[in-house]
Design a protein around this ligand. Structure first.
Ligand SMILES: [Fe+2]
Length: 450
């Protein structure tokens, strides 16, 4: 066993993984206390859709620092005893497994809308060595997954690229499989996928999550996901009750940072990846609180080279069937903070079109060398809306009815952005180039309309 492996620890976040809770309602004043009602026994049946080994939906995220941690979740159809992760520093020698250590998982039952209870398991590996490839497998007893690999980030700023996807949301298996595959084939060694929300149309429909995982195949087991919550990932936002409540599938499947405002943990969060600060906002609730939190985060994280803010609903976009009112509401709250801290990129989804702005400051187009922010909206899935003339004067590139993925590469003072169609045409590109003082210039790239 290596010294580094011996330092592996599990961060068991008990407070976030309560297995069961009984909430008793307060009796009305003067009323007799209600008799306790026994909790219904969960219906545990191995679902017909489980694989023979009973293990599926393996997914990587980060709850902590990408340089020293890795979170792994997976599902079983039965409450497996002693679910484990085996992990080792990987090597080309297939005997790397002899150095593996085992880490116990925390289990969370989830009762599906069909009444069947399934079990999600989670391990947060910490104290890993930066810039190192690890191999891992998940399982219990004699049932184990294949060995998968992940790579920890470097501690310092180093070149890397990542994939940014707009809403996938609909026709996940028939029409979104190709976007995951095309993005992986085009990107050179991407380090993670940033999902801009609305991962599925109806977040409590298990069969949609089954499609989401099948569409990506082995990718989610190898490349960490950074999901940003959209309206379709939260009940209230869909039913218009003004009570945006995150789907139970999110905390079960995604182990994410809890450094957001109280009550928004795992939705509003930030993490650093090799010199770039990534911030996820929840566009569906508590906007003022998040704006104050964002101001604090951007004030305290001064050592970043680049700042990327992701938010599902858009501040500036030229699409959708809706009026710009909702965008104006988000601008009012977030624009002063984004402008104040010179955020480089705002990545968005929701409107099911493509639009990419010039550099904007105070909601107006500014010179490519002036302080400002580029706002991008993209769509990966099959649900499409037509373009509209909203904010036409602010946009550099627009498109509709095109499935797109983006590859964003950071190399020192240069951030390069490319938007590709699913059939391999470069639809949009630009670079942001910074000088020694940190001022950036927007340089337009070439693009071909598919
Ligand atoms: Fe949406």
């Amino acid at each position: 066993m290596t010294k580094n492996l011996s330092r592996l620890l599990v961060a068991v976040l008990c407070s976030r993984l309560t297995v069961a809770a009984v909430i008793a309602a307060e009796p009305a004043p003067g009323a007799a206390p209600a008799a306790p009602v026994p909790a219904a026994k969960p219906k545990i049946i191995k679902p017909a859709d489980m694989p023979a080994a009973g293990i599926d939906r393996i997914l990587l995220t980060w709850a902590g620092d990408p340089a020293t941690s890795q979170s792994i979740t997976w599902r079983t159809g039965e409450p497996s005893t002693n679910p484990l992760v085996e992990v080792a520093v990987s090597s080309a020698n297939p005997k790397f497994g002899t150095n593996a250590v085992t880490v116990a998982a925390v289990t969370r039952p989830l009762t599906r809308s069909d009444g069947v209870t399934v079990f999600y398991h989670r391990v947060d590996l910490t104290n890993l060595t930066p810039a190192t490839i690890y191999a891992y497998r998940v399982g219990h007893g004699k049932d184990w997954s294949e060995w998968n690999q992940f790579r920890t980030a470097a501690r310092e700023a180093q070149p890397f690229s990542f994939i940014y996807l707009g809403d996938v949301q609909t026709h996940l298996k028939p029409l979104c499989s190709r976007i995951f595959r095309a993005a992986m084939l085009k990107a050179a060694d991407p380090r993670f996928i940033l999902h801009l929300g609305d991962l599925v149309e109806a977040p409590e429909k298990d069969k949609l999550w089954a499609e989401w995982f099948e569409a990506a195949g082995w990718i989610f087991r190898t490349l960490p996901s950074l999901p940003v919550p959209g309206n379709h990932d939260q009940y209230g936002a869909i039913t218009k009750t003004n009570e945006a409540v995150l789907s139970q599938y999110w905390p079960a499947q995604f182990s994410l940072p809890t450094n957001g405002p109280a009550g928004l943990e795992g939705m509003t969060y930030f993490l650093n990846y090799q010199g770039v600060l990534f911030v996820s906002l929840n566009s569906e609730r508590d906007l003022e609180v998040q704006a104050q939190w964002l101001d604090k985060v951007l004030t305290e994280n001064k050592r970043r080279s680049w700042t990327v803010v992701s938010i599902h609903a858009t501040l500036f976009s030229s699409g959708g069937k809706r009026t710009p009112d909702a965008q104006v509401a988000l601008q009012k709250v977030f624009l002063p903070v984004i402008d104040k801290h010179k955020v480089d990129l705002v990545l968005q989804g929701h409107y099911h079109i493509y639009s990419r702005s010039h550099k904007l400051q105070g909601g107006k187009r500014v010179d490519p060398k002036a302080a400002g922010t580029v706002y991008c909206t993209s769509v990966a899935g099959s649900k499409m809306y037509p373009l509209n003339p909203a904010y036409d004067e602010l946009m550099s590139r627009k498109g509709d009815y095109i499935q797109l993925f983006q590859i964003i590469s950071v190399d020192g003072k240069t951030l390069r952005y490319e938007s590709w169609s699913v059939t391999g045409d470069l639809f949009d590109s630009f670079s942001l180039v910074k000088d020694e003082a940190g001022a950036s210039e927007l340089v337009e790239g070439r693009a071909v309309k598919p």
